[in-house]
Design a protein around this ligand. Structure first.
Ligand code: SF4
Length: 446
């Protein structure tokens, strides 16, 4: 597998021009990586959002695509977006950019399909006695164990029928045989990786099937984990690790990951170190090179493997925090873990190659617990005191946001901006995206 970050660095060392397209946390992470580990910087960052125009880190200019195209006729592009990659490629090709000038080019086409179904590879790990494992197809509903899951049976030699079964499932999808997808709003006409393109998966995801096997009990948990009385059922069995290894090796053997794939880990917190180690070992054993590991965690458990990824500049973390004080943390997570979490984060920051810059505290607004200015102010203060840069804002998935909630979301956003912080991962929350898309937020920003 190609080491794309090294390829970009070598181009820059030889005096070629390279632009990173799409200015978010991913581009920022690559920028820091290039500077720290290769001592080079990209020529320009491209983003068509005019509010981002100006300078990025290390004084790199940020400008819209058409401007960069005019200014740097020989520019080569690296697209830093999983969700918009195909649309960006189609747009660039329409504007006369040659495929060989797009470093992470894939063949795209326009057709009716689902982005999640096409570009996420999502193995799930079971504890079933028959040793079968599963592939989930629906990223949108990946927390619901019964949604769009394909069982892969175990034979003496392993999971050898993996690719045939997956192909059959894909055919069902293309032939509109999957009821759930028929009416789903995410199944629509869009630019997507072409059907015949082999290395199509942009993300290899290791997600939990349920939060019930966790060490915290977030009040907003949508799959029963909030109920402290529910006895958790460990789904990820440590004594099955050899089986899981066989399963993941079979998946990787198909060679369907794209060269610039990234590895997402969102596994519940029990045995967190063992789980992250299992993922990283699998990736390394198969000589894969993800652009980055995207990890979701509340960081109540300290993981040496995670610390090591940070040390090597290989990860960013969405840190589920939801509070700025010990009392509120206790109320929302239902465990008194605030001090432990802060100690863990401080330790990770001290090890991290980028001093914690890519540890992103997340705040899920939950009614009557943390939806007040005082708590959010404390959250922001803590973020600033820890020297962090990005934050993520979300809204209780089970509750519909009303006008008062929208106003609170906008006020949170204003505080984020005023404190020189940057919002990321807002697309995870419909309520936040809607509230912030309103004209009023643009007026407030002026
Ligand atoms: S239900 Fe929707 S999001 Fe899920 S796989 Fe089908 S089309 Fe995609």
């Amino acid at each position: 597998m190609k080491d794309l970050k090294k390829i970009i660095a070598d181009k820059l060392k030889f005096g070629e021009y390279v632009g990173l397209y799409c200015y978010g946390i991913y581009a920022s992470h690559i920028l820091y990586y290039l500077e720290k580990f290769h001592n080079v910087l990209p020529t320009v960052i491209i983003d068509n959002d005019v509010s981002k125009k100006g300078k990025a880190e290390f004084d790199i200019p940020v400008m819209p695509f058409m401007e960069s195209k005019k200014l740097y006729p020989n520019l080569q592009y690296f697209i830093c977006s999983d969700d918009f990659k195909y649309t960006i490629i189609a747009d660039m090709i329409n504007n006369g950019i040659k495929p060989e000038n797009i470093i992470n080019y894939v063949l795209v086409e326009k057709r009716k399909t689902c982005l999640y179904f096409e570009n996420r590879l999502l193995p799930l790990f079971s504890a079933l006695e028959d040793k079968s494992q599963m592939i989930s197809h629906c990223n949108a509903d990946s927390f619901k164990a019964d949604v769009l899951i394909t069982k892969i049976p175990y034979f003496d030699e392993g999971y050898s029928e993996f690719s045939d079964i997956l192909q059959k499932r894909a055919n069902d999808f293309y032939n509109d045989k999957i009821e759930l997808c028929k009416t789903c709003v995410l199944n629509h006409e869009q630019n997507i990786v072409a059907k015949e393109y082999k290395n199509k998966y942009q993300q290899l995801c290791f997600y939990q099937q349920t939060c019930a096997d966790c060490v915290v009990h977030c009040k907003y948990c949508c799959v029963g984990g909030a109920d402290k009385n529910v006895k958790s059922k460990p789904i990820f069995r440590l004594d099955y690790i050899d089986l899981y290894n066989k399963f993941i090796d079979e998946i990787i053997k198909q060679g369907s990951l794209s060269d610039d794939f990234n590895c997402a880990i969102d596994l519940s917190e029990r045995y967190l170190e063992e789980k992250i180690k299992f993922v990283v070992d699998s990736i390394e054993r198969n000589h894969l090179l993800p652009m980055v590991y995207k990890i979701n965690s509340c960081l109540l458990t300290y993981s040496e493997t995670l610390a090591n990824l940070l040390k090597n500049g290989m990860a960013y973390i969405i840190w589920s925090l939801d509070a700025g004080t010990r009392e509120t943390y206790h109320k929302i997570k239902q465990v008194d873990g605030f001090n432990t979490v802060i100690d863990n984060v401080k330790k990770l920051i001290s090890i991290d190659a980028f001093n914690g810059r890519f540890i992103v505290p997340k705040y899920v607004i939950t009614k009557d617990i943390n939806d007040n200015e005082k708590e959010f102010n404390e959250f922001i203060k803590l973020t600033v005191d820890l020297g962090l840069k990005f934050v993520s804002l979300s809204f209780d998935f089970k509750t519909k946001a009303d006008e008062k909630d929208n106003a609170f979301i906008r006020s949170c956003y204003k505080k984020i901006i005023e404190n020189g912080l940057q919002l990321t991962y807002k697309n995870n929350s419909i309520a936040v995206t809607r509230a912030l898309s309103m004209n009023s937020i643009l007026e407030q920003e002026k």
